[in-house]
Ligand binder design. Sequence first.
Ligand code: GN1
Ligand code: MG
Length: 363
Amino acid sequence: MKDLVSIASNFSLEGTVTSVSPLGNGLINDTYKVTTAGDSPDYVLQRINNAVFPDVEMLQRNIAAVTGHIRAGLIAAGEKDIDRKVLRFIPLKDSQKTFFFDGELYWRVSVFINDARTYETVDPKYSFFAGKAFGNFEAMLSDLKEEIGEVIPNFHNIEFRLWQLAEAVKANKAGRLTPHSHGLHEILEDIDAHGVEMCKGEQLFREGKLPKRICHCDTKVNNMMFDADGNVLCVIDLDTVMPSFVFSDYGDFLRTGASTLPEDDPDIDGVDFRMDIFEAFTRGYIEGTASFLTTVEKENLPYAACLFPFMQAVRFFTDYLDGDVYYKTKYPDHNLVRTRNQLKLFHSAMEKVPAMKDFIAGI
Ligand code: GN1
Ligand code: MG
């Protein structure tokens, strides 16, 4: 294990470091809490997963632009306690860079937010707050001048994800697709039957009817910090912030928040799309985005609620055929179970599209 205290000592921290200990349960980066003596702030030290994010310069430039803009907006609005409402990354001692390369691994440090917590599941009340907070996040970034790079190109482009699946089928790297492989061809047929319909967003974009905006692109509920009274403090995990359709943030939250079961639960029949969470989150999201959301975007929110479980099924199934090289798996068919789970959620959401449309029309 690297000497974490000496890695942290490359950053301009206030105070004396007393301990470094593991923090959180992220799947991509390794995260630690850096505790300092006395009244100095504590910090979060992270090892950046350089395989998933090869362009660390761009990654940190994006995050600096986003956090700097939100910070300026909060100051202009007369907000207090700003270091708990937006992340602050710490530069190195000898340069303005906000990451440190130790010759092998990349590291960064931000201020630790005191007296805050995250949640793994949501009730309708919290999903309303989450909708509003993710909507506000996009609203705050709607007048950002700096260019934000596509840190993972085509990340939420379903046409690209379907192309990747077709390539995985052709290559059949893990040899999992055989004429007799049970159920796999049915999955491909199911995906194929809905592919064109699910590419509607990309089509609207080509027709000039749908904008790209700066989105968070990883809007799981546990990426939001709440204070002790249940108020939203800020949005965290800003690695995937990039230009995308608003469908990304709206749809990916519901994919996790509105499912009756976790994304890898093998009880496929028990997977269902929850309308109570949908309604509360949608109400919050529409309130938070009132300043910019267009009619086309608003009318297609039910499509987004279907697109994200569909896209996740495509991504999981691609990885299954590739031999489990992208997502961490705990058993051989883990990605296949995830695929079936997400396809079930997709169909459940599809059935509820008319009800979703009625609800949105009534707001
Ligand atoms: C990955 O690691 P985590 O859980 O934050 C993935 C998301 C998927 C998610 C599925 C960079 O996110 O896009 O929705 O798994 N992140 C990346 O659980 O690929
Ligand atoms: Mg993440």
